[in-house]
Design a protein around this ligand. Sequence first.
Ligand SMILES: *[C@@H]1O[C@H](CO)[C@@H](O)[C@H](O)[C@H]1NC(C)=O
Ligand SMILES: *[C@@H]1O[C@H](CO)[C@@H](O)[C@H](O)[C@H]1NC(C)=O
Length: 218
Amino acid sequence: MATFLSRVSILLALCITLFTNPALSDYLNPLQDFCVADLQATPSNTGYPCKSQVTSEDFFYSGLSTPLNTSNPKGVAVNRANLMTFPGLNTMGISMYNVALAAGVANPPHSHAGVTEAGVVVEGSVLIGFLTNNYTLYSKVAGPGDMFVIPPGLIHYEMNVGKTEARLLTVVTSELPSEVLVPHTLFLAKPAIPDFVLMKIFKTDGTTINMLRSKLTN
Ligand SMILES: *[C@@H]1O[C@H](CO)[C@@H](O)[C@H](O)[C@H]1NC(C)=O
Ligand SMILES: *[C@@H]1O[C@H](CO)[C@@H](O)[C@H](O)[C@H]1NC(C)=O
């Protein structure tokens, strides 16, 4: 009897530890079907706490179909369904984007650490390319209905090579915004990387470095 009781109390202690440990209860706990993020609450280092009152509405999001207007200086417009816009995605490891590119426009090279991207071209003609870690380029023009995949973490870009606006729907294996723009990186350092270093790296003069800095950081 004593052994039985002590086993029960060990089990109970284990359960209490598991279910009250925020690291386990808030993230990827298989005993929990979902954890809709409470974005009004203060996030901890394990993310946002779960919303206590959940309704069907929490698992639907209509913002992806908001009309996209590419008449802006970048020629790119994006609707984002990620943790910040669609809190039901919390802990799901997935987010979705509706991207429009004006004719001739390229989405600058970027990567997402450890994240796979897949997508489908909905309209237009898009040149999609990614670079491996040994700088081999894999690239092809994709049209409506064509699906593509970008291996995790690799640098990639999309360029509208058609005469009309192009649109893509993409999915990435993270619910967090995780895009790292590649050409901008060296110019975004705070404090700034000294011009004499950038001049050496790019084998160019200070005027060119200033021109690149103003173009790549605006
Ligand atoms: C798109 O944005 C431009 C610039 O802000 C604006 O002039 C234009 O009316 C917008 N087009 C639509 C369809 O909303
Ligand atoms: C570069 O990587 C690709 C795939 O990751 C591989 O197929 C190719 O052989 C590699 N090339 C060189 C030169 O190492």
